[in-house]
Design a protein around this ligand. Structure first.
Ligand SMILES: Nc1nc2c(ncn2[C@@H]2O[C@H](COP(=O)(O)OP(=O)(O)OP(=O)(O)O)[C@@H](O)[C@H]2O)c(=O)[nH]1
Ligand SMILES: [Mg+2]
Ligand SMILES: [Zn+2]
Length: 297
């Protein structure tokens, strides 16, 4: 029997092993040596070396990563699409910004998907439009979709040019149903009655190969992403549309709260920066000031 050494991408990780995609095959692999005790260090998205064959394989080495996220746990991401909804469940948009800030800091492309458009009318439609406008002003790609009617799915497919795309967002917003519709591969989808009760239907990260060499990753919904620990004066640099204005403020360490000569606040009143993003910035700034104070604890 020939002993082979191959390279592949980790599709999902459990404690006893992982699934690795090699060419058109998906191989179930165990851990070799030290990895047996450090399997938690292997992330979906990792490129790994596997050895063995034809039926028994072990992961022997994790290749260097281009980047990695802790929540959701994922390596070598090209793009993260933050999925959320305005109703069922009603998601606070600050959740979106908390994740976008992490992505800016890691240099990972972000995009926003407002799902469940079939449920919006009147006030909720207005809310959805306001949110879309805010992220467009911030120059993020934004799509409005319905996984149920198929509305906007073309636009979502248009965003998948990046090779490895992660769908992330709170529980119940429809990440798995979107992926089922986009890939034709059935993902476990939650029941309506459980939404908003903090139960997660998707339990682990899994990648689904799409097209030639591309992957789409489904992730469990998160309740809260840890805010990046960053000096409060630097937070606005992780808000794209504010980053270019912040250096023009009168005070170099302007927090864009009540300081005079603040270019960011001016832009908010001119409508060049959305009020919604600015309010989220202020909320995250408070968190950031606290976290920075306690950073050595
Ligand atoms: N009306 C409507 N319902 C949707 C839409 N997308 C998803 N749903 C429903 O919302 C519920 C949750 O969908 P899921 O795809 O399981 O949500 P998820 O984001 O994967 O949730 P977790 O796996 O817990 O993180 C299911 O009942 C879906 O049928 C949509 O566009 N419109
Ligand atoms: Mg899911
Ligand atoms: Zn300022």
């Amino acid at each position: 029997m020939r002993y082979l050494k191959l390279e592949g991408r980790v599709l999902s990780v459990r404690s006893d092993g992982c699934l690795v995609s090699v060419g058109a095959d998906v191989l179930r692999c165990g851990w070799r040596g030290r990895l047996r005790y450090e399997s938690q260090k292997v992330l979906a998205g990792d490129i790994v070396e596997i050895e063995g064959g034809p039926d028994v394989w072990v992961v022997s080495r994790v290749l260097p990563r281009k980047n990695a996220l802790t929540r959701p746990p994922f390596a070598n991401v090209d793009q993260v699409i933050v999925v959320f909804s305005v109703v069922e469940p009603e998601v606070d948009p600050v959740v979106v910004d908390r994740l976008l800030v992490v992505l800016e800091r890691e240099g990972i492309a972000g995009a926003v998907c407002v799902n469940k458009s079939d449920l919006y009318a009147g006030d909720t439609l207005d809310a959805a439009r306001r949110i879309i406008e805010a992220y467009k002003l911030a120059r993020y790609p934004v799509v409005l979709t319905s996984a149920v009617t198929g509305n906007g799915l073309d636009a979502l497919v248009g965003l998948l040019k990046a090779k490895v795309t992660v769908l992330a967002g709170p529980s119940g917003v429809g990440k798995s149903l979107l992926i089922s519709k986009l890939t034709g591969k059935q993902q476990a989808v939650g029941e309506l009655s459980r939404i908003g009760r903090g139960r997660h239907t998707t339990k682990w990260v899994s990648l689904i190969p799409v097209g030639d060499g591309g992957y789409l990753a489904d992730t469990p919904g998160f309740q809260k992403v840890d805010l990046v620990t960053v000096e409060p004066e630097k937070l606005s640099y992780l808000f794209r549309e504010m980053a270019e204005l912040a250096p023009l403020c009168r005070f170099p360490r302007c927090l864009h709260k009540t300081e005079p000569g603040c270019r960011v606040k001016e832009a908010v009143s001119e409508g060049a920066v959305a009020e919604l993003r600015y309010q989220n910035y202020l909320r995250l700034l408070d968190e950031c000031v606290e976290a920075w104070k306690n950073r050595y604890e």
